[in-house]
Design a binder for this molecule. Structure first.
Ligand SMILES: NC(=O)c1ccc[n+]([C@@H]2O[C@H](COP(=O)([O-])OP(=O)(O)OC[C@H]3O[C@@H](n4cnc5c(N)ncnc54)[C@H](OP(=O)(O)O)[C@@H]3O)[C@@H](O)[C@H]2O)c1
Length: 289
């Protein structure tokens, strides 16, 4: 039997839904799970990661599965470590083990937050050292997937999808004549959703246990992001006043998040991304009227 079907756990998420659409556009058969009864269909099986056995997700011909389901909120993980851990660590590893036993290859989307954010451009070979609960959960899954026989891992920095709540909030404030107070020292090294989807599709070429990384090449200060936004809105004298960061014992605001993509270009044939400034600019032009 030909194995050519692809399974996406978490088919309604930002990444999962865009990935499913990209495979479907190429004529590749894809099953994308949902937990919304009104969306259930032949290619949208119902699946609740915390409740259902992954055995119900093993249709004939399944070749590759993307483990995209879970609680992807850094703040939610900090607020409820044990609740989010049971889903993001235990349930995802259980699903992974069922799928692997059935001979299905796995791709796991991890995060730059497996590092502590003290240095820029971390390499895939650097030791992980998470300081947020979200990062700890992701680092543990990376490690336990490796011990259990492996999955291809793609670490991503912040992915800019169609919605970016902070930018929408900042736009409203600026247009309402209010000042912005970006956090001093805070940066991003973002990627666009299309970059993430491209890299996830290419991650199929990774060996089990191999790690690839997707990131802008530099860390852009949030005060610079605020200036780009103001210029995009045509505001000549916006009030942008960086403020001191709050105490951050839970590691929610690491100073750096960029990842070194050097080895990734070789592993999955993906060219380095443009600078953060160009990525933010493209997002503004595409998504923020
Ligand atoms: N976006 C980023 O910047 C980024 C960066 C690095 C890594 N990642 C990782 O990539 C993955 C996807 O990210 P995302 O941004 O697409 O997240 P997202 O939009 O929050 O999507 C998460 C998906 O998981 C599903 N889900 C949540 N709880 C579930 C459960 N109990 N059973 C089944 N499905 C469940 C959600 O379903 P509902 O829609 O029904 O809630 C949703 O489809 C996450 O693991 C995230 O940590 C994301």
């Amino acid at each position: 039997m030909r194995r050519d079907r692809i399974l996406i756990l978490g088919g309604d998420g930002v990444l999962g839904s865009a990935l499913a659409a990209a495979f479907a556009a190429r004529g590749i058969p894809v099953l994308a799970t949902t937990r919304r009864p009104d969306r259930v269909g032949d290619d949208r099986p119902f699946f609740d990661l915390g409740r259902d056995s992954p055995d119900c997700l093993l249709p004939p011909g399944l070749r590759l599965a993307y483990l995209m389901a879970g609680n992807a909120s850094v703040e939610a993980c900090a607020k409820d470590p044990s609740g989010t851990r049971s889903l993001n660590v235990e349930a995802i590893l259980k699903a992974a083990s069922h799928l692997r036993r059935a001979g299905v290859r796995l791709v796991y989307p991890s995060t730059s937050r497996v590092f502590d954010g003290a240095r820029p451009r971390m390499s895939a070979e650097d030791r992980t050292h998470p300081i947020s609960e979200y990062g700890r959960q992701r680092a543990e899954v990376e490690e336990r997937l490796g011990q259990a026989g492996g999955a291809a891992i793609l670490r991503l920095t912040k992915v800019l999808g169609p919605r970016w709540g902070l930018m929408e909030d900042w736009r409203d404030r600026l247009l309402g004549g209010q000042p912005l107070h970006p956090m001093r020292g805070a940066t991003i090294a973002p990627v666009l959703l299309r970059h993430a989807v491209d890299a996830l599709m290419r991650a199929d070429a990774l060996d089990e246990g191999e790690i690839a990384q997707l990131s802008a090449p530099d860390d852009l200060a949030m005060s610079e992001v605020a200036s780009l936004l103001a210029r995009h809105l045509g505001l000549a004298n916006p009030g942008i006043h960086p403020q001191e960061p709050p105490l951050d014992p839970q590691g929610l605001f690491p100073p750096y998040s960029s990842l070194d993509m050097g080895a990734t270009a070789r592993k999955i044939g993906m060219a380095p991304l443009p600078p953060s400034r160009a990525i933010v600019q493209e997002w503004l032009e595409t998504h923020l009227a």
